[in-house]
Every structure is written in structure tokens, then in C-alpha cells.
Design a protein around this ligand. Structure first.
Ligand SMILES: Nc1ncnc2c1ncn2[C@@H]1O[C@H](COP(=O)(O)OP(=O)(O)OP(=O)(O)O)[C@@H](O)[C@H]1O
Length: 338
């Protein structure tokens, strides 16, 4: 039934990745679409659209159709997925038939939100669509022994959501999904700089600051960074220098919201599985796992070993694609939601 052109899609708040069976990741683009407001025509998708954020004239808007891990704008999400499915098809030779598509969803998703993902995927051209919970996909992608009778713990920190899960024997034993992740870190930086310096910076600048000098806990040996924004008092552009210590202070609440979710999940974990996790360690995936020192802070607060997966940004997409090999486990769920 399932063929080599079937796809796994990590439909993320920040990035969309498409995995093709046997080929690996064939599309990796930001989840951004630029639309002409009067005609509703798509002007750009992905990287080209991301460059336009905060730089569009009045008649074009560059938006992210996903928010907090779920679909915020249905039509635009379907259009974006269609574009990426076609892109995957054209890169690897046109599909001889429409592909079956497995899409990841946050574990805390409502039935209505999940239904929207399945419908949008079908509308985007899938022959049929199936869903997999994001932390489970992340654990498969991080090569954790998810099918074995042993406990694995994964913390997937994306753009919109942080998913924490304990997995054993092919199922999620306990999990928590919080709508606090990379985007919230960017917002915390914007808010800190506005309050302290009366300087307004854009989303992309905030994300760059986070990646370049952002740190959980005490940063060491990181040079200050010059940043540009608009002075709220004079209305004019202004450059200031900001230190890593200041950004660490700005990120503190977000970091500790993630730490609390990890601690809460550990408290719900049956003792045998907790012992397995103690041996193997907690595995971090998602782009947020790359925040400097986050692994160290989680390890210190939980007194558990913490590891960052090899390619944290790719784990969910790889796991979503690999799950196609176990499609019989996901098939019924998709049928139920029809
Ligand atoms: N080096 C880095 N340091 C800190 N954050 C980073 C780094 N690289 C990427 N990120 C952040 O990771 C997030 C994107 O991660 P990812 O692609 O895993 O999320 P997503 O799958 O799109 O989101 P979600 O899983 O919430 O739907 C963004 O917020 C981005 O700013």
C-alpha cells in the first residue's frame, strides 16, 4: 500500500520539513507565506517569504499560518503544504500517484485542531493523511528505543510548543505539552529591550539575538552584540550594545517554564521507567535544544543526565517519516477522525 514517494511532514510553527521514504529530508523551509491582501494571491512561500517579514508594503502580508503548534490560518496552511508536497515531488521525480502523508501534531492538540491538520493535508493533495504525536516522532528521529519495554524521555522544544514525553513499548506513558518555546523566548527578548531601553526590535532581530548570544543560566565568555531598532521616544532608528547576561535574564522565565514542565513529567513517571531514564538520560530535540546551556540547566534542576540529539532540528521530520513504516498503528486513528 505504501510506496517510496510517501511523505512525513513536520508541520512546525517555525519550520516545515518534508521527509521522503528512502531519500531523507527533501524540503526544509520556514513556515511562512506572503500573500497579496487584495487578490489573496500567494507572493512567496518559505525562505523567500521569511525575508519579507516586517518588510512588506501595505498590500502584501508575510504571515506564519501556524501558531502554538496548531493551524491558525487554515487556507494558507493548506496552500503552503501543497507547495511543499509539490516541491518534494518535483525534486524527486513527479509522483505517479498522490502520496500518503504522515503529519506530526502536538500531543496536547484538541480533536478539532487535529481534524484541521488532516483536512488541510488532504486538501494539499495527500491521497490520505495520518497523524503522529510530535514527541513520539521526535523520539523515533532521535533513535531512542521507543518500541522496547524501557523508558525513554524526550523534550522537544520547537517554535510554538515544548513537548515532554515518557515513552515505552511504542506508546506515550505520560506527556505534557506547553505553548512555551522558541517564539516565547523571542517575545521575552523584545519585551525586555523595549522596557529597559525604550527600543522596539522586530521578531527576526530577536531570534538572531537569541541564537547568537542567548543562553539559559550563566553565560560565559560571550561578547556583547550591537542591535538595531526604533527608539520609542524619538521614533528614530538607534543602535545599542546588549550583553549575554541581559539576554539570559530576559529568557529566565521561559527557560524555567520548560524546566517545570520537565520536572512535572518526571513526577508523573512510574519508578521503573524513571530508573531507565536515569540510565539513558533525557534527550532534547527541536531548535530550542540549541539554546546555549539549556541542557546544563535542565540537568542541574532535575539531577538527571541530559543529552542533545544529533540533529535536533530534524528529529521530528525523520521520526514522522520513519513512522510510515508502522502505518498500521496510525491508520485507525485517521479513519476514526473521518
Ligand atoms: N541556535 C539556536 N539557539 C536557540 N534557538 C534556536 C536555535 N536554532 C533554532 N532555534 C529556535 O528553534 C525554533 C524552531 O525549532 P523547530 O524547527 O524545531 O520548531 P517547529 O517544529 O517549527 O515548532 P513546533 O514544534 O513548536 O511546531 C525557533 O524558535 C528557533 O528560533
Amino acid at each position: 500500500m505504501f510506496g517510496s514517494k510517501d511523505l512525513g511532514i513536520d508541520l512546525g510553527t517555525a519550520n516545515t520539513l518534508v521527509f521522503m521514504k528512502g531519500k531523507g529530508i527533501v524540503v526544509r523551509e520556514p513556515s511562512v507565506v506572503a500573500v497579496q491582501t487584495n487578490t489573496k494571491q500567494i507572493v512567496a512561500v518559505g525562505n523567500d517569504a521569511k525575508k519579507m517579514i516586517g518588510r512588506t508594503p501595505g498590500n502584501i502580508v508575510a504571515t506564519r499560518p501556524m501558531k502554538d503548534g496548531v493551524i491558525a490560518d487554515y487556507e494558507t496552511t493548506a496552500t503552503m503544504m501543497k507547495y511543499y508536497i509539490q516541491q518534494a515531488g518535483s525534486k524527486k521525480g513527479l509522483f505517479s500517484r498522490n502520496p500518503y502523508v504522515m503529519v506530526c501534531v502536538p500531543s496536547g492538540i484538541t480533536a478539532v485542531e487535529e481534524r484541521a491538520v488532516i483536512d488541510a493535508t488532504r486538501q494539499a493533495g495527500a491521497r490520505d493523511a495520518f497523524t503522529i504525536e510530535e514527541p513520539f516522532a521526535a523520539a523515533i528521529g532521535a533513535e531512542l528505543p521507543v518500541w522496547e519495554p524501557t523508558g525513554s524521555m524526550v523534550v522537544d522544544i520547537g517554535g510554538g510548543t515544548t513537548e515532554v514525553a515518557i515513552i515505552s513499548l511504542g506508546g506515550i506513558v505520560t506527556s505534557q505539552s506547553i505553548r512555551v518555546a522558541g517564539d516565547e523566548m523571542d517575545e521575552a527578548i523584545i519585551s525586555y529591550i523595549r522596557k529597559k531601553y525604550n527600543l522596539l526590535i522586530g521578531d527576526r532581530t530577536a531570534e538572531t539575538i537569541k541564537m547568537e548570544i542567548g543562553s539559559a543560566g550563566e553565560p560565559e565568555g560571550i561578547e556583547p552584540m550591537d542591535i538595531r531598532g526604533r527608539d520609542l521616544l524619538t521614533g528614530l532608528p538607534k543602535t545599542i550594545s546588549i550583553t549575554a547576561e541581559e539576554i539570559s535574564t530576559a529568557l529566565r522565565d521561559t527557560v524555567y517554564a520548560i524546566v517545570d514542565a520537565v520536572k512535572f513529567t518526571l513526577e508523573q513517571t512510574p519508578p521503573e521507567l524513571a530508573a531507565d531514564i536515569m540510565d539513558r538520560g533525557i534527550v532534547l530535540t527541536g531548535g530550542g535544544a540549541l539554546l546555549r546551556n539549556l541542557d546544563k540547566v535542565i540537568s542541574k534542576e532535575t539531577e538527571m543526565p541530559v543529552l542533545i540529539a544529533e540533529n535536533p532540528l530534524d528529529c521530528v521530520a525523520i521520526g514522522t517519516g520513519r513512522a510510515l513504516e508502522h502505518i498500521e498503528l496510525f491508520k485507525n486513528k485517521a479513519k476514526e477522525s473521518r
